[in-house]
Design a protein around this ligand. Structure first.
Ligand SMILES: *[C@@H]1O[C@H](CO)[C@@H](O)[C@H](O)[C@H]1NC(C)=O
Ligand SMILES: *[C@@H]1O[C@H](CO)[C@@H](O)[C@H](O)[C@H]1NC(C)=O
Length: 290
């Protein structure tokens, strides 16, 4: 073997460490509350909300950087007042969080997808879009790609939101707290549907969200690892994962076009354009290219 191929083999071996990928719910996740509100059918998991309880699950591990995907089929029929969320979050008062929140609606009216980004405990970065398909009819994939340059929210691999690293403009970027992966369904009829005007109709319970295709391809952070260990193994140390590749430092041209299309045709709210709420435009909004 030449030196170059020895080096290649070694680097590949290093790249594999700490990256997990699996399609099985049990290998990656566990129910975190209301275990009696879970149903398993083969590789499909169902979580229900009724007038007693919602339900939630969480990943068994925490991660720094990578890509997390779940296929979800949202509540069919009347889902008004319910919220189904899929998100990543770190712990503590200065936590970071990347959220997909699916806001239900009365039968035949469109679901809305709200995304939000919390950095150091501060959120208030909501965007809302409707979808170009009915998310209650089939499974669709929802992903969060997180690397040191950007956080990208994807729906069926189409980017619907990018939160870029603008540390050079003085904007903090989430990059040093391991995050868990979570999902939950709960009653939010005080705000979810038409701003809280439409209440949950419990006569239509249970409200069921279905999940499959669980995939976490990310750098795992053992609970015992120190922040320095995590930074070295998952962060800007010597190792490089596929999500650190130069082509993922920003959207491709094709993806930029897709995002423009989503924003032009499906976005119904963007905190960046809400001058009543933010008389001073948030700094990251001035620099986002989209
Ligand atoms: C929940 O709904 C069921 C069926 O509609 C009803 O029988 C029950 O009393 C309700 N329970 C509560 C706690 O409201
Ligand atoms: C529900 O449907 C109404 C009417 O089409 C729409 O205005 C609203 O944005 C939809 N979604 C939510 C979450 O309220």
């Amino acid at each position: 073997m030449s030196m170059a191929s020895v080096f290649l083999v070694l680097s590949l071996a290093i790249v594999m460490v700490g990256s997990v990928s699996s399609s099985k719910f049990d290998e990656l996740f566990q129910p975190s509350w209301a275990l009696d509100h879970f149903t398993y059918e083969g590789e499909t998991l169902q979580m229900k909300l009724d007038n007693y309880s919602g339900a939630g699950f969480s990943s068994k591990s925490k991660y720094m950087f990578g890509k997390v995907t779940i296929q979800i089929k949202l509540v069919e029929g009347d889902s008004a007042g319910t919220v189904t969320a899929f998100y990543m979050s770190s712990d503590g008062p200065n936590h970071n969080e990347f959220d997909f929140e699916f806001l239900g609606n009365t039968s035949g009216e469109p679901y809305l997808v709200q995304t939000n980004v919390y950095v150091n405990g501060v959120g208030n970065r909501e965007q809302r879009l409707n979808l170009w398909f009915d998310p209650t009819k089939d499974f669709h994939s929802y992903s969060i790609l997180w690397n040191q340059r950007q956080v990208v929210f994807l729906v069926d691999e189409t980017p619907v939101r990018v939160h870029s690293n603008l540390e050079d403009k003085g904007v903090p970027f989430p990059k040093d707290q391991p995050m868990g992966v979570y999902s939950s369904i709960w009653n939010a009829d005080d705000w979810a549907t038409r701003g809280g005007l439409v209440k949950t109709d419990w006569a239509h319970a249970p409200f069921v969200a279905s999940y499959t295709g669980f995939d976490i391809d990310a750098c795992e952070c053992p609970p015992t690892a120190s922040p320095d260990d995590n930074a070295r193994r998952c962060g800007s140390g010597e190792k490089r994962y596929w999500w650190d590749g130069p082509t993922l430092a920003e959207l491709s041209l094709h993806q930029s076009h897709q995002l423009l299309w989503v924003r032009a045709n499906h976005m119904v709210y963007d905190y960046c354009s809400d001058s009543a709420r933010f008389p001073v435009t948030p700094v990251e909004c001035l620099h986002h290219r989209h």
